[in-house]
Design a protein around this ligand. Structure first.
Ligand SMILES: *Cc1c(COP(=O)(O)O)cnc(C)c1O
Length: 216
């Protein structure tokens, strides 16, 4: 069983908890909450399967008698033809810079250094709520329970007063300048979702202004 846990971080305990449930392999995105390079990710789980993926990554220009892969990952006696050439995974090669970038980001994520930002994100969401007062909508900030995840802002539109659906407002925000992509998970319920991870005070102001323009 391979678990797609791309977006299951935080909490950082999931880095080990999901494999501990018995999943054979677990994959995490490196470009989401870990904040590593966008094209990176982490494959965790059973050592023999990781070793198999490792072998598929290789395109070695190495003499068969000299090739010495890490014995804890690769059983060389099983590879009778010597070092593999042109493994399936080579087309998905990860650059050295990307690996270092991901490891650096993982260290920051794992040590809890991102946690202080939760408070900053809450303040930014509160400012957006203030800017949206007096409009045909209601705002609710959803706190995270784990103290590591971002709070989320749900903006429930009064569609009957507006005469527009949340889908239509979302489309208009996407098509506007700058393009804004609210979370779409609750559009059918009439709500736009705002994830503050990449918002700062200036971009939050622009976001609020664009929503005001669409619903006022
Ligand atoms: C984001 C996401 C992906 C893609 O992961 P990337 O490493 O960012 O390409 C896959 N599955 C799920 C469930 C995701 O949320």
């Amino acid at each position: 069983m391979l678990v797609d846990a791309a977006a299951e971080l935080p909490p950082r305990s999931n880095l080990t908890d999901i494999t501990a449930t018995g999943a054979d392999l677990v994959v995490f995105s490196g470009g989401k909450s870990i904040r590593g390079p966008q094209s990176s990710g982490i494959l965790a789980g059973r050592r023999d399967l990781i070793g198999s993926a490792f072998v598929q990554m290789m395109d070695l220009d190495e003499h068969p008698q000299l090739w010495a892969p890490p014995p804890e990952l690769v059983d060389q006696t099983a590879l009778l033809g010597g070092p593999p050439r042109h493994g399936l995974g080579r087309g998905l090669k990860v650059a050295k810079e990307t690996i270092i970038g991901l490891l650096t980001a993982l260290e920051l994520f794992e040590s809890g250094q991102y946690d202080v930002e939760v408070e900053r994100q809450r303040i930014i969401l509160d400012k957006i709520v203030k800017d949206l007062q007096g409009l045909p909508l209601s705002c609710r900030v959803e706190e995270s329970l784990d103290g590591e995840s971002s709070p989320l802002l749900e903006i429930a539109l009064d569609e009957s007063v507006l005469g527009r659906t949340a889908f239509q407002v979302c489309r208009a925000l996407r098509d506007g300048k700058p393009a804004i992509y609210p979370g779409h998970a609750r559009l059918a319920k009439g709500s736009l979702m705002i994830h503050p991870l990449h918002l700062d005070e200036d971009t939050a102001k622009v976001l609020a202004r664009r929503i005001v323009e669409e619903v006022d």
